[in-house]
Ligand binder design. Structure first.
Ligand code: PMP
Length: 443
């Protein structure tokens, strides 16, 4: 139980994406973290079924990252990011470039650093528009997203995003439009592997080309696997087809890999999993194991090079952040990359994927479950809505599991899990059996 002694004053902090009043009436407070576990302020252990918020891929409390950050902060805490550099940011970009998505012939190895996933998305959209202009396609200013897409909370991100609650209160960028989403539980429920139906939905881009004119469209952005909106997998052949339609019309393809990047699917990037290479890839989260905020946009060389025109004294892209390539974040990122490589974590999900899939699909048949979707080390367990209360049932499962010591995530009626990539088989089994108990109990 929370006591006065271990509960902070909750008044001043305005919590993001949280029902603040509900939370503050019954707070859940985490105090420390190690390996696969959090410890709450009362000393209770909580198994981390979500790698924090899809970001702590190498598990918690990695000394090597902490020491690298401490060392860097002691040597140099900060350096201006505009018109100045420091060696570690170039080193980190070089190391990332060698592992960048795209394979040896088409690596996206030009890297722009940001401070978060939202900033990566807005950066990628701006790079796409600037690139089109640089190649004489200045009328291409529209960006296309997809229904049920989540691309962060910047004005660019909510404009291409497809979540009504993130959009209805705020104005969005003019000219944006959306592909239809691919979620179709009637045709594709309880599928193991990729959904068989729906590749033709990629042709929706043709519809938008017919509606707006290709000459107005700069880029289309999708999550290869949509995470935050319920773990939605691309139908077989969908991403290939989207690539082909985009190519046909001179539209850049952007993959938002903020969740799927850095091993989540059992491959370094979703690009590797699906074998479809986009023009720009957005990342964050696993880039630094969540330890220090940072994002990165990976771009094809041609895109970068097209923007390196004009007088050398001129700034080529009027865009950047105070914390782009922050030295401490680079130190965290370099240490994270070393851990991923030494421990084989970027492909460990592939070794565990069938165990994960079997454990999660064994929940089929429990009350309320209308679909189970797994890929790599991710699952979405979709529950039927209780009448008039979308998400209520999943939220009850979440609160019940937290009390019992398992952290899961809820998005609408879907319970999502994405554990750190260091997870052991027994821990996967524990997660499945705790899920089963809680789902059985919910009314
Ligand atoms: N894109 C995707 C696909 C995401 O899942 C997220 C965060 N969950 C973001 C962008 C935004 O990242 P951030 O919260 O770091 O701004």
């Amino acid at each position: 139980m929370l006591t006065r002694a271990n509960t902070p004053n909750l008044e001043n902090y305005w919590m993001p994406f949280t029902a603040n009043r509900q939370f503050k009436a019954a707070p859940r407070l985490l105090a420390s973290a190690e390996g696969m576990y959090y410890t709450d302020v009362d000393g209770g252990k909580v198994l981390d079924g979500t790698a924090g918020l899809w970001c702590v891929n190498a598990g918690h409390g990695r000394r090597r990252i902490a020491e690298a950050v401490e060392r860097q902060l002691t040597v140099m805490d900060y350096a201006p990011s505009f018109q100045m550099g420091h060696p570690i940011v170039f080193d980190f970009a070089e190391k990332l470039a060698a592992r960048a998505p795209g394979g040896p012939d088409a690596r996206l190895d030009r890297i722009f650093f940001t401070g978060s996933g939202s900033e990566s998305v807005d950066t990628a959209l701006k790079i796409a528009i600037a690139y089109q202009r640089a190649i004489g396609q200045g009328t291409r200013t529209r960006v296309i997203g997809r229904e049920r897409g989540y691309h962060g909370v910047g004005f660019g991100g909510i404009s291409v995003g497809g979540l009504v609650n993130n959009r209805r209160v705020f104005p969005t960028l003019p000219g944006t439009d959306h592909l239809r989403h691919t979620h179709d539980p009637e045709r594709n429920s309880f599928v193991k592997g990729l959904p068989a139906h729906g590749a033709e939905l990629a042709d929706d881009l043709e519809r938008l080309v017919a509606l707006h004119g290709a000459e107005t469209i700069a880029a289309v952005i999708v999550e290869p696997v949509a995470g935050s909106t319920g773990v939605l997998l691309p139908p077989k052949g969908y991403l290939e087809r989207l690539r082909a339609v985009a190519d046909k019309h001179g539209i850049l393809l952007i993959f938002d890999e903020v969740i799927t990047g850095f091993g989540r699917l059992g491959t370094p990037f979703a690009v590797d999993y699906f074998g479809v290479v986009p023009d720009l890839v957005t990342t964050a989260k696993g880039l630094t194991n969540g330890a220090i905020p940072m994002g990165a946009v990976f771009a094809r060389r041609e895109i970068h090079d097209a923007l390196m025109q004009g007088p050398e004294s001129q700034i080529e892209l009027f865009h950047g952040y105070t914390y782009s390539g922050h030295p401490a974040a680079c130190a965290a990122g370099l240490a994270t990359l070393e851990i991923y490589e030494e421990e084989g974590l970027l492909t460990r999900g592939a070794e565990l994927a069938s165990h994960w899939q079997d454990a999660m699909h064994a929940l089929k048949g429990l009350p309320h479950i209308i679909d189970i979707r797994t890929i790599g080390l991710v699952v979405g367990i979709e529950l039927a809505s209780r009448e008039g209360a979308v998400g209520a049932r999943a939220y009850e499962v979440f609160t019940d599991l937290f009390k019992k010591g398992l952290l899961v995530r809820v998005t609408g009626d879907t319970i999502a899990l994405s554990p750190p990539l260091i997870v052991e088989r027994e821990q996967i089994d524990t997660m499945a059996s705790m899920l089963s108990d809680s789902i059985k109990r919910v009314g």
